[in-house]
Write a protein that binds this ligand. Structure first.
Ligand code: GLA
Length: 366
C-alpha cells in the first residue's frame, strides 16, 4: 500500500470507528436558574442507543442487547431532568475538576495552599459543591455523529486555580462502543482529574453481586477511614481485591477484611497494569443471566470500582423504582484519589500550554 492509500485507509477506519448512525436532540427542561438543557440520543446501526444530557454531561440511558438480542437499560438514572437537579450521587455524570477525593480538602501547588470545598466529611469529593456534574455544558453535534460538550471552569471556581477549558466528546460506534474522549487546558498551573460516574447494572435490575468482574490490576490503593489512600500500593494477591481472574462481585464482599469494612464494600482505586499510556483493557464485567458483557478500556492509570454501597432506596429512579444498595456498580477510570497530596502517585498537575488528554471506551458484547 502506498502512503496515500495507507493514509486514506486510516481515515476511513477512523471514520467508521466514530460513525454513529444518527444523533437527534430535544429539550430536556430548564435548570433552577432557567438555563435550557438538551438531551441527545445517539443510535448506531445495531440499535444500541445512548441518551446524554448537557446538564453535567450525564449519560441518562444506555440500551444494549442481551444474548437473545433484546435491548435493555443498563444504567441507573432518571426519566426527567428534575431527578438530576435534585440531590443524587452523580448518576451518569462527568466529574471534575478533580474526580474522587482530596484529603482535608486542600493541596499545595507551586508553594500556594489551595482550599477546596469539604463536601465529604473533612475531604473534598468529585469537584466540590458544584462540580462539573451540576453545570450546563456547551453542546455541539459533530458531523461524525458524536456529541461534543465544552465547559469553562473559571479561575477560582470551587477553589481551583486557573481558567480550565474542558472538552468531552462522546461517540457511539457501530461495534457497540461508547467512547469518551477528554481534553483539558489551563491558563495557570492547576490539578485535573476527569471521569464519568455511570452506575451500571447489566441485568437491568436487582443487585449486582452476581456480575462477574475481571480487573487488570496487580495492586490497589488502600484507604483510611475517610477513604483517602494511605499512599501504599498494595498487592491484591491473597486479598478480596484480587480480580485478576473473573470473580463474582459478591463472592468476597462480606469477607472479614479491614479495607472492605472501610469502604462498606468495594469503593477503592485499582492500579492498572499497563506499559505506556495506550488504550488498554482495564475491566471486564459479565452478567451470566443476560449474557451481557461490558469491557472498559482506558488510557488512565487507575480505576475506582464502587459497588453502590451508599445507595439506600431513598432515591427513586426510572419508573419510580427505589435505587437500592448494591444494585449498580461504577467503574470510574481516573488518576488516583488524593494525587495532589501524594507526590509518588502519577501527577494530576496541568500546566499552561499543555493539553491533558484521556480516553475511555465502554464496549458492549454478549
Ligand atoms: C464515588 C466514591 C464513593 C461515593 C460515590 C458517590 O464512587 O468513591 O465513595 O462517594 O462516588 O456516592
Amino acid at each position: 500500500m502506498n502512503k496515500t492509500w495507507a493514509a486514506l485507509a486510516l481515515i476511513a477506519s477512523t471514520a467508521a470507528m466514530h460513525a454513529a448512525t444518527k444523533i437527534v436532540s430535544g429539550d430536556f427542561g430548564k435548570t433552577r436558574e432557567g438555563e435550557l438543557v438538551r438531551i441527545y440520543t445517539l443510535t448506531n446501526k445495531t440499535g444500541v442507543e445512548v441518551k446524554i444530557t448537557n446538564f453535567g454531561g450525564r449519560i441518562v440511558s444506555l440500551r444494549v442487547p442481551d444474548k437473545e438480542g433484546a435491548m435493555g437499560e443498563v444504567v441507573v438514572g432518571f426519566d426527567s431532568l428534575e431527578g438530576y437537579l435534585n440531590e443524587n450521587p452523580y448518576f451518569g455524570a462527568l466529574i471534575g475538576r478533580y474526580a474522587n477525593r482530596i484529603g482535608h480538602a486542600q493541596f499545595t501547588l507551586d508553594a500556594v495552599l489551595y482550599h477546596v470545598p469539604k463536601n465529604d466529611g473533612d475531604n473534598s469529593l468529585h469537584g466540590g459543591t458544584r462540580g462539573f456534574d451540576k453545570v450546563v455544558w456547551t453542546p455541539r453535534e459533530l458531523k461524525d455523529g458524536g456529541l461534543e460538550l465544552v465547559y469553562l471552569s473559571k479561575d477560582g471556581e470551587e477553589g481551583y486555580p486557573g481558567n480550565c477549558k474542558v472538552t468531552v466528546v462522546y461517540h457511539l460506534t457501530d461495534s457497540n462502543e461508547l467512547r469518551v474522549d477528554y481534553a483539558a487546558t489551563t491558563d495557570k498551573d492547576t490539578v485535573v482529574n476527569l471521569t464519568n460516574h455511570s452506575y451500571f447494572n447489566l441485568k437491568g435490575s436487582g443487585d449486582i453481586l452476581g456480575h462477574v468482574l475481571t480487573l487488570s490490576a496487580d495492586r490497589f490503593t488502600p484507604v483510611d477511614s475517610g477513604l483517602i489512600p494511605t499512599g501504599e500500593l498494595k498487592a491484591v494477591a491473597g486479598t478480596p481485591f484480587d480480580f485478576r481472574k473473573p470473580t463474582a462481585i459478591g463472592a468476597r464482599i462480606e469477607n472479614d477484611d479491614e479495607q472492605l469494612k472501610l469502604g462498606k464494600g468495594y469503593d477503592h482505586n485499582w492500579v492498572l497494569t499497563r506499559t505506556g499510556t495506550s488504550l488498554t483493557l482495564a475491566a471486564r464485567v459479565t452478567e451470566p443471566s443476560t449474557g451481557r458483557v461490558m469491557e472498559v478500556f482506558t488510557t488512565q492509570p487507575g480505576i475506582q470500582f464502587y459497588t453502590g454501597n451508599f445507595l439506600d432506596g431513598t432515591i427513586k429512579g426510572k419508573g419510580g423504582q427505589p435505587i437500592l444498595r448494591r444494585t449498580a456498580l461504577c467503574l470510574e477510570t481516573q488518576h488516583f484519589p488524593d494525587s495532589p497530596n501524594k507526590p509518588a502517585f502519577p501527577s494530576t498537575e496541568l500546566k499552561p500550554g499543555v493539553e491533558f488528554n484521556s480516553t475511555t471506551v465502554f464496549h458492549f458484547t454478549k
